[in-house]
Design a protein around this ligand. Structure first.
Ligand SMILES: NC(=O)c1ccc[n+]([C@@H]2O[C@H](COP(=O)([O-])OP(=O)(O)OC[C@H]3O[C@@H](n4cnc5c(N)ncnc54)[C@H](O)[C@@H]3O)[C@@H](O)[C@H]2O)c1
Length: 461
């Protein structure tokens, strides 16, 4: 039971990009609940207890500080947390399987299953279990089987409550979500559990934004939402390739099509490609599920979203090599940004990893700069052979470089002194704007040869 002073005890297993911010928001908004976040990774928990949080997310520290020590606690005592909790959110990682059947596509559910087994072993009364991780549709059924295989007479009610936050805007997304989705069984205990979870969110989310469904729809909605978002990026990126051949300008095309209210403006920026821990993994997971049900055409359709993304990353580096006189060997290339998007230090599946690998394969000398992601970049590239440097300061990164490639849309890169940068670089100086965020005309006037995505290049030769 929760401490007498608290109405309810909520536990979250998994203190990552989702578990940490989500629970911090619940704790901040609901001082009457005790919220405990546990993880097997002691270093991560220690960081959550400090002011040097394990993840960078604007506004997160303020929210954590509001509740930490009051009703928000971080701990490695997983069994104790399980015993105490009335509701258990499970937010462990569900990466793509790298071995055995379904390798490279199916979700690796080992962390998820281990968690379920820990819950069964430690629990001594009925609990509500909430799937917060993104899972293949119908995982709740498997989970229920594991949970109900107990001889303690304990009932676990499994709900699906996928998380739709985006890294970089997690706090805003959690504070004012477009919607909260809760999937439950239509049984009496299922509906009771669902209402209990609705009541938690209703502390700050308007009721009409809390929607409910059956468990399978809820699980599938998360995979489908990520597939649709990624599909928009791959769609505009495929058009960007055609723009580059026809002198059409992808920013003009995306503006023109985005003004159609049926299409809408968002997620229509052409770029070097999408990254992040979720899009690729969730689409591949969807592909795997479709194949399992014999829906091969549907699987091929969604798989092509990932293929276009890989094509776009590859095309970016091929353009770099081609325009730099067909060789980048021994040339210093400064990568502006390594995170998969701005306002996060997360580099999982970042296009920058792929671009770096390809440049190193071409024997370029790569210098990486990023305001938040250098530590992760070092880890990602630890095994790579070749010449890689890390520079916090973008001016130092660019000094002596033959080219700059903008790979993350950090606001900082829009406001640098590019005259100073140009003067410090080898000539001819190239900029490859993989995010289309810079003022290309101005850069061209300064002397740069500029290669945007899906827009005519501005050259000096
Ligand atoms: N990152 C996002 O933007 C995002 C958004 C929505 C949904 N999701 C989904 O949420 C889930 C978590 O993603 P994340 O980015 O927070 O992952 P993460 O890797 O940052 O965090 C997962 C944490 O779970 C811990 N863990 C693993 N096994 C454990 C166990 N048995 N007991 C206790 N802790 C354990 C790990 O140590 C890690 O700290 C994934 O399913 C992901 O698809 C992620």
């Amino acid at each position: 039971m929760a401490d007498k002073s608290f109405e309810k005890c909520i536990l979250c297993i998994g203190a990552g990009y989702v578990g940490g911010p989500t629970m911090a928001m619940i704790a901040a908004k609901c001082p009457r609940y005790e919220v405990i976040v546990v993880d097997i990774n002691a270093r991560r928990i220690e960081a959550w207890q400090s002011d040097n949080l394990p993840i960078y997310e604007p506004g997160l520290l303020e929210v954590v500080k509001q509740a930490r020590g009051r009703n928000l606690f971080f701990s490695t005592e997983i069994n104790e947390g399980i015993r105490k909790a009335d509701i258990i959110f499970v937010s462990v990682n569900t990466p793509t399987k790298t071995f055995g059947e379904g390798a490279g596509r199916a979700a690796d559910l080992q962390y998820w299953e281990k968690t379920a087994r820990s819950i069964v072993a430690a629990a001594d009364r009925d609990k509500i279990i909430v799937e917060k991780s993104t899972l293949p549709v119908r995982t709740a059924r498997a989970l229920e089987r594991i949970l109900s295989a107990n001889d303690k007479g304990i009932h676990f009610e499994v709900l699906s409550n996928p998380e739709f936050l985006a890294e970089g805007t997690a706090i805003k997304d959690l504070e004012k979500p477009d919607r909260v989705l809760i999937g439950s069984q239509e049984t009496e205990s299922g509906l009771r559990a669902r209402n209990e979870l609705v009541d938690i969110y209703a502390n700050w989310v308007p009721r009409d934004r809390i929607i409910t469904s059956n468990v399978w729809s809820s699980e599938l909605s998360k995979l489908a939402a990520n597939a649709f978002l990624a599909q928009r990026i791959s769609s505009i990126n495929s058009i960007s390739a055609l723009c580059e051949r026809t002198s059409a300008d992808v920013t003009e095309v995306s503006n023109a099509i985005g003004m159609d209210t049926r299409i809408g403006k968002r997620f229509l920026n052409a770029s070097v490609g999408f990254g992040g821990s979720c899009f690729k993994k969730d689409i591949l997971n969807l592909v795997y599920i479709c194949e399992n049900y014999g829906l091969h055409e549907v699987a091929r359709y969604w798989e092509s979203i990932v293929r276009i993304n890989e094509y776009q990353e590859e095309r970016f580096v091929r353009t770099m090599t081609r325009v730099m006189f067909n060789t980048v060997a021994d040339k210093r290339i400064a990568l502006f940004g390594f995170a998969f998007k701005k306002d996060t230090g997360d580099t999982r599946e970042s296009p920058a990893i792929y671009v770096t690998r390809m440049l190193l394969a071409e024997r370029a000398r790569v210098v990486i700069t990023d305001p938040e992601a250098l530590e992760n970049a070092r880890r990602d590239l630890a095994e790579e052979k070749g010449d890689v440097l890390y520079e916090q300061d973008p001016y130092s990164a660019a000094a002596g470089a033959h080219a700059i490639a903008v790979l993350t849309e950090w606001d900082l890169y829009r406001t640098l002194d590019y005259k100073r940068i140009y003067d410090s670089m080898e000539k001819p100086a190239f900029i490859f704007d993989g995010r289309n965020i810079l003022d290309h005309q101005k850069l061209h006037e300064l002397g740069f040869s500029v290669f945007p995505i899906g827009r005519p290049a501005l050259k000096h030769f």
